[in-house]
Design a protein. Structure first.
Length: 99
């Protein structure tokens, strides 16, 4: 872990949420208190039984901290490629619907 890059101390807080979707690879959770939503790989979850929609989950977390002003161009490039690919796929689907 590269904690030297963080300027603020950890403020570990307990969070809770409700499972709203489960698929083959991931679990989606609505955070309690209108704090948002996140989706994470199933392999990150600790569970004794198969996760189900409506079950409550809890975890400890801290706040994300920006590590610096630099932009990682590799990630930006990959994001832009994926967006273009999605747009092209949508355009083909739309064209097929018109036929």
């Amino acid at each position: 872990m590269d904690n030297e890059r963080l300027h603020y101390g950890d403020k570990i807080i307990y969070m809770e949420g409700v499972i709203v979707d489960v698929d083959d690879c991931s679990i989606s959770i609505d955070l309690k208190g209108r704090l948002g939503f996140f989706k994470a790989p199933k392999r990150m979850f600790i569970c004794d039984t198969e996760p189900k929609i409506g079950q409550e989950v809890g975890w400890n977390m801290s706040f994300p901290e920006q590590l610096g002003p630099e932009v990682n161009e590799k990630y930006v490039s990959n994001i832009e490629k994926e967006r273009r690919k999605q747009q092209e796929m949508q355009a083909r689907l739309d064209a097929n619907k018109e036929d």
